[in-house]
Design a protein around this ligand. Structure first.
Ligand code: PLP
Length: 366
């Protein structure tokens, strides 16, 4: 029997998530594996967030606060944005879905860079939209190339800053120029999942740009800096009107009670934030030093992950390192066949990665 799907669904390939440690260990019968494949926080979760979860466990027989009042209030205060201009999501991924469900009709166009975060393609294609992908230029998003693709059918543009998987950033001046050129009726979704890791003072920051384009939506997450990926909580900023429309498609209880409580607490956890940033910066320095010694090319990054060009191809290296209990990400599904992507781990994980990579490359040469 032929099953009729929504236009576009048949074209979709399931998203390839980083392999979970438990699955690898079950398959290979090994223990002590490490995972550097999903850009997660290496040091764990904010302890204040964990305490808040424990404190709220006795309330989970009730539905969550559907308005997300306390979290939005806290975010509003921290970032100087009225709560009517904030939306919460079950991860920032859900806000990507809100954007598509709210603003895109079948056969309308969306523009993105390529390679970029794979979820945009998934959601747009699944909704029956037409995706136009503009190749990166020297591993950076090509804003002029994107502007050149805008037509009357363009409804949404996705910009990921820093860009996953390259770790490159757009500068404020570049974004100012870009936003001036984008027609006023086109949504610009600026995904800043890794914004807090940026060290370049000239980099674009969505909050400074909100007044530059009426349909700018800035996406943020608690998954990375605050180590709450498993809870699924993200947020977005935009104009009152855009947020109002997206709230109309949102399920009433999309952000769960424990996630909201943990996120409120995490925002106060400056100690955890500092330790995370220090771990990432020190880890990057160590990894770059070791890769330099090995004579391997890598792409400079403004976040907690980066690309490494590996002899033998990314897929081969990924598979061989997997057998040694080190999970990295092959970039084949992003069209970068020569590369793997890793995120910074704890120092002992970084050392194990380097040791295993050396061993793997040595074996390839025999
Ligand atoms: C660019 C980008 N945006 C969004 C997300 C998803 O974030 P969340 O966990 O908030 O859904 C990720 C996660 O890997 C990402 O890389």
């Amino acid at each position: 029997m032929a099953i009729l799907t929504h236009k576009g669904v048949e074209k979709l390939i399931p998203y390839p998530p980083g392999k979970p440690i438990e699955e690898l260990e079950r398959e290979l019968g090994i223990t002590g594996s490490i995972k550097l494949a999903s850009n997660e926080n290496p040091i764990g979760s904010s302890p204040l967030a964990i305490q808040a979860i424990k404190d709220n466990l006795n309330t989970i027989h009730r539905y969550p606060d559907g308005s997300g009042y306390y979290l939005k209030k806290k975010l509003g205060k921290k970032f100087g944005v009225p709560i009517e201009q904030i939306i919460l999501g079950n991860g920032s991924n859900e806000i990507i879905e809100f954007i598509i469900r709210t603003f895109l009709s079948t056969s309308e166009d969306v523009i993105q860079a390529i390679p970029t975060f794979l979820v945009y393609e998934k959601v747009v294609t699944g909704a029956g939209g037409r995706l136009i992908s503009v190749p990166l230029s020297n591993f950076r998003i090509d804003l002029d190339g994107i502007l050149n693709e805008i037509t009357e059918k363009t409804r949404i543009i996705f910009i990921n800053n820093p860009n996953n998987p390259t770790g490159s950033v757009l500068l404020k001046d570049e974004m100012l120029h870009f936003l001036k050129e984008v027609p006023n009726n086109v949504i610009v979704a600026l995904d800043e999942a890794y914004i807090e890791f940026i060290t370049d003072n000239l980099a674009a920051r969505g909050l400074d740009l909100l007044s530059e384009h009426p349909l700018l939506i800035v996406l943020r997450t608690f998954s990375k800096l605050y180590g709450l990926a498993g809870l699924r909580i993200g947020y977005g900023f935009s104009s009152r009107q855009v947020i109002d429309y997206m709230n109309r498609v949102r399920q009433p209880f999309n952000a769960n009670t424990l996630a909201q409580a943990a996120a409120v607490a995490a925002l106060d956890d400056s100690e955890f934030v500092s330790l995370t940033l220090k771990t990432v910066n020190n880890g990057l320095q160590y990894l770059f030093r070791e890769l330099d010694k090995m004579g391997l090319e890598y792409i400079p990054t403004q976040t907690n992950f980066f690309l490494i060009k590996v002899p033998g191809g990314g897929k081969t290296i990924y598979e061989k390192m997997l057998r040694e209990g080190v999970i990295v990400r092959s970039m084949a599904s992003y069209g970068l066949n020569d590369y793997i992507r890793i995120n910074v781990g704890l120092q002992e994980e970084n050392e194990r990665f380097i040791k295993t990579l050396k061993k793997t490359l040595n074996r390839l040469q025999v």
